[in-house]
Design a protein. Structure first.
Length: 175
């Protein structure tokens, strides 16, 4: 069980794309009412789906850029990946309902995931909390910082909703 936090893996082209496109005025986000598909609880956020769960085709024209972020991270850490399961950009905000998203594991099968903070959130307490498999011990708290990546195995986790501003995170799961 390995957790890697890295603040220096994205090249200038990746950073420029994030600044100009994702944080610009033309990047499409779509409103969702639930963070977890099987939940009945309202937990509004915005999402840009790049590769949906179970999809075999890309949903976003920007997929090469986002896959290049994963490639940069795995190359720096001397890892390989062979299969992508899901990729999206999530924008969470204070939705007035919950202080945190539900504790969850992204898939029911073994996987790795990379989270990359794309903006510099106003609320530095909107952390990602990674738990042990029993969900009774915090393994790591990761504070949001622009261009910070955190990779971990299929572990339970959640994030704190920002109290002000938004938190924009690229999420990709893979094997």
């Amino acid at each position: 069980m390995k957790i890697i936090v890295d603040d220096n893996f994205m090249d200038q082209d990746n950073k420029a794309f994030v600044e100009d496109m994702v944080l610009g005025h033309n990047f499409p986000f779509f409103h969702k009412t639930k963070i977890l598909h099987d939940s009945t609880d309202y937990n509004g956020f915005f999402e840009h789906i790049i590769l949906g769960v179970g999809d075999d085709k890309w949903n976003s024209q920007h997929h090469p850029f986002f896959e290049s972020i994963l490639h940069s991270f795995t190359e720096k850490h001397k890892m390989k990946y062979e299969l992508l399961f899901r990729a999206s950009v999530n924008l969470t905000y204070n939705n007035g309902i919950h202080d945190k998203c539900p504790v969850h594991v992204d898939h029911t099968f073994p996987h790795k995931q990379l989270l990359v903070y794309l903006n510099d959130p106003q609320d530095k307490d909107s952390k990602t909390i990674i738990l042990n498999e029993k969900k009774d011990t915090v393994l790591k708290e990761v504070a949001p910082k622009q261009f910070r990546g955190v990779m971990f195995d299929s572990l339970p986790h959640y994030h704190i909703m920002p109290k002000k501003g938004e938190r924009i995170v690229f999420v990709i799961t893979f094997k």
